[in-house]
Ligand binder design. Structure first.
Ligand SMILES: Nc1ncnc2c1ncn2[C@@H]1O[C@H](COP(=O)(O)OP(=O)(O)OP(=O)(O)O)[C@@H](O)[C@H]1O
Ligand SMILES: C[C@@](O)(CCO)CC(=O)[O-]
Ligand SMILES: [Mg+2]
Length: 432
């Protein structure tokens, strides 16, 4: 049997970085997903390898299962129902297994993702041969939670076919998990995030697992029910950055200026709580919505100022802020900063003409704009029948021109469904 799982990316409305240091943050899922499919070979496939295909970057990696057993002798000591952290010894062995694959220098950032894959796969399925295929609609390393979506979708697919995970399928089509199953997926995903991020707060994997909008503090989530329309323009500055390094730089600044940074984190905590309260408060009429939007915009600007204090803004982010401000729009970075993606609040009464002007001006600076749906579902799974990824006939056509990420797709029902989904979404997201 083959399963697929998908997990969404996210935006952080307030509180990134400070959340690593115990402050409250507010995050929402977006309707851009990472998809992971998993299939075990049948005896007739005569395949004794663990294969990982990262389709969007055209990277195909494989390890003979004998090699995994040799390098990771303690493989079977982790029950899938009890997530555990990767020890330093195992991490070194996994790093050596990844290094042997000679990942091209241009894709070297993927090495930590591949390490997280090996840890999650071998912890849940030991040295069983399999083929895992990953595709993503998210820009990687851009602040939209690509690492968390990858870890959540991967954990979901792995647990869906594990003995001890026991994530049952009832039907075809995308299915949501039960809360207890989601908790297990989230815990494993957090272990994967630790390998990619170093010291994650857990907010990204949590919002990707549960979806919707959440308030998050010290590992605890509170679901938020929105009582107002919320539209954000997401601008990708396309400036590359790395969450692990940015989180580490804030921690170093905190060590150097402990008291000042504690005040910064306290202020962020207050901003996140006020922002969550505004989003949840019932709005009686249009004027109330406008007032709420003005307050949200102001809080986003204040949060951005504090992110500047933490040292995680960037010249490219300043450019977006300046362009948006010409149209009286509020902007803040989202995710780890240092480039990556930036959020601009689009008030309900803002005309489409103005939105198009802002987008045109931002895109003339070389940035990429999109309007993603906010607050959708979390991680989901799907059982695939038919020939699937091993035996399936590949279409083998480049679909990039249609705005579809990745190369050719297989002709299983699951993949075809996606081709249509990607295309429609791509067109919708192009403009306001
Ligand atoms: N689809 C994927 N396949 C393989 N690795 C991935 C994938 N998506 C993310 N990763 C891993 O995660 C890394 C990017 O994670 P990083 O945390 O730096 O950025 P992000 O998650 O996109 O942004 P943020 O953490 O600020 O929300 C990649 O370099 C790669 O190692
Ligand atoms: C920068 C950070 O706060 C959010 C990254 O999306 C890191 C984390 O919370 O793990
Ligand atoms: Mg990340």
């Amino acid at each position: 049997m083959e399963v697929r799982a998908r997990a969404p990316g996210k935006i952080i409305l307030a509180g990134e970085h400070a959340v690593v240091h115990g402050s409250t943050a507010v995050a929402a899922a977006i309707d851009l997903y990472t998809y992971v499919s998993l299939r075990f070979p049948t005896p007739t496939d005569n395949d004794n390898q663990l294969k990982l295909h990262l389709k969007d970057v055209g990277l195909e990696l494989s390890w003979p299962v004998g090699k995994l057993k040799e390098a990771l002798p303690k493989l079977s000591s982790h029950p899938a129902s009890a997530p555990s952290s990767c020890s330093l010894e195992t991490f070194k062995a996994i790093t050596a297994l990844v290094d042997e694959q000679n990942i091209p220098e241009t894709n070297i950032g993927l090495a930590t993702g591949v390490s997280a894959f090996l840890w999650l796969y071998t912890s849940i399925h030991g040295d069983k041969p399999a083929k895992v295929v990953v595709t993503s609609e998210l820009p990687l390393g851009s602040g939209l939670g690509s690492s968390a979506a990858f870890c959540v979708a991967l954990s979901g697919a792995l647990l869906a076919l594990s003995e001890s995970g026991k994530l049952d399928f009832t039907d075809q089509g995308w299915q949501i998990f039960q809360d207890s199953d989601l908790e297990l997926v989230n815990k494993w995903a957090f272990e994967g995030e630790k390998i990619i991020h170093g010291k994650p707060s857990g907010i990204d994997n949590t919002v990707s697992t549960y979806g919707n909008m959440i308030k998050f503090r010290s590992g605890q989530l509170t679901r938020i029910k929105t009582n107002m329309p919320l539209k954000m323009l997401i601008t990708n500055t396309k400036v590359g950055r790395n969450t692990k390094a940015l989180v580490a730089s804030v921690s170093e600044r905190t060590l150097r200026h402990t008291s000042a940074m504690a005040s910064v984190f306290n202020a962020v905590d207050a901003i996140s709580n006020e922002l969550a309260a505004i989003i949840q408060a019932p709005a009686s009429d249009d004027l109330a919505v406008t007032e709420k939007e003005e307050k949200l915009g102001e809080l986003m600007e204040m949060n951005q100022g504090l992110l500047l204090c933490m040292g995680v803004s960037h010249l490219s982010i300043d450019t977006v802020i300046r362009v948006a401000l010409k149209y009286k729009l509020s902007t803040k970075l989202t995710g780890a900063g240092g480039g990556g993606c930036v959020l601009t609040l689009l008030p309900t009464l803002l005309s489409g003409t103005v939105v198009n002007k802002v987008i045109a001006e931002l895109e003339s600076c070389g940035f990429q704009c999109m309007i993603a749906g906010i607050g959708g579902g979390g991680m989901e799974k799907q059982k695939c029948n038919g020939t699937g990824l091993f035996g399936g006939l590949r279409l083998g056509v480049g679909l990039g021109g249609l705005g579809i990420p990745g190369g050719g797709r297989e002709t299983s029902a699951c993949w075809e469904q996606d081709i249509i989904g990607f295309w429609v979404q791509g067109r919708e997201r192009g403009r306001a």
